[in-house]
Design a protein around this ligand. Sequence first.
Ligand code: FAD
Length: 467
Amino acid sequence: MPETLRPRVLVVGGGPGGYVAAIRAGQLGLDTVIVEKSRLGGTCLVRGCIPSKALIHAADRFAGITDAVGGNALGIALSEPPRLDLARMVGWKDGIVDRLVGGVASLLARARVRVVEGWATFTDAKNCTVETAEGPVEIVAEHVVLATGSEPVPLPALPFGGDVISSTEALSLPELPERLAVIGAGYIGLELGTAFRKLGAAVTVIEAADHILPRYDAALTAPVRRWLTRAGVELHLGARVAGRDGKGRLMVETTGGKPIAIAADKILVTVGRRPLTAGWGLEEMGLDMAGPFVKVDDQCRTAMRDVWAIGDLVGEPMLAHKGFAQGAMVAEIIAGQRRHFDPASIAAICFTEPEIVSAGLSPDEAAAAGVEVTTATFPFASNGRALTLEAGSAGEFVRIVARRDDQRILGIQAVGRHVAELAGEFAHALAIGAALEDVAHTIHVHPTLGEAVCEAALIGLGHGLHF
Ligand code: FAD
């Protein structure tokens, strides 16, 4: 007889959405089981956010050292270029992942959550079987939280395998490809392409849209594009990959109509991610769908009573912190709290060179929504801290978008080195419904990049001090 568990809460998927839902449910005293087929931490910890940022940091260190060969503007000179041991770098990155995965296991244990390792398959909305190493386990739960996440989308003409890789393989390559082709200039492709360029690979980026990072406006992406050009990354915009020729080269159709062939040692396909909806019995559960995603309301309830869905499975933005927020919220609602999900303050970051942060509405989005706005921009070239960090001379800036009538902040964006760390301030301003005055009257520490946010707010009020 298979073992049968009857928890109050069953969470399927141990990524950011699922593990946070389970920890919070456990903290609130709910008898909770989490099922994970692979490793706790999901895409984010194991093959996404954390390993990519580790590699991006290591590549930046390598590029900084390389820059000193023969002497640089800071007066640092090296006579020999550095040598790269990619396997060791990947090992260092794996160490960080292992530590965080272990941390998630400890947090779940502390919250008294039972972890079942295996693949869950549902026979109806509240019943699933998990094939574990010790045999099948049946789980019948009062509440089910679906957090199965997402997977990379393949190109029909270039299925994954061999030299065609997804971000997962790119994060664990044993050696540096001499030539890397990146298909798709979204944030994942450009973050990884930038890192590999910094490590010394020749990088070619092919993008179907006519601009990089299609979700961001041209002002924000211009400094990134400048860096790519300066670094020698070959960019083909408005270009489509049709397949491969007899020599294995990528056949690319360009807007000019001229086909080109691109030779590469590895082809990294980053054309998007899709929710993981197949292979676990979703069709048996009677849920409504919203396109490829599971449909939920603003409390992450599905069409089936006491079945909840969170994270990448329920739609854009497919970001870890959205999953964290939804996971915690669902656990609290199950425990009887009154909560709903407000996506207004979810910021998104591109860890490119330089970085981009965007929270709330851009000027174009506000105009499209018919809102009259004041847009205030402060350049990092006028921020002392940016100059001390070599971060202010390529057109980087902070921009605040506020309603013209009551000066309520609708959006904040920035492009520049290290601006990722400003994301919390941007999200906080939106979450509390701050007006320009609130930010302008907050005394920002000197010298920091954050002063640029305060200065942008002052400009919005019509009396900038340092610009
Ligand atoms: P996932 O993290 O995908 O976790 C789902 C888990 O469910 C998986 O572990 C899977 O094994 C398990 N599972 C699925 N079905 C079953 C089943 N039937 N039985 C048992 N287990 C199952 N986001 C950011 O916010 N910031 C970043 O910087 C960032 N960088 C990224 C970089 C890369 C290269 C990639 C690929 C993604 C990045 N993301 C980033 C996105 C982020 O990783 C995802 O948004 C996040 O992981 C989604 O969390 P989730 O809990 O919804 O799903």
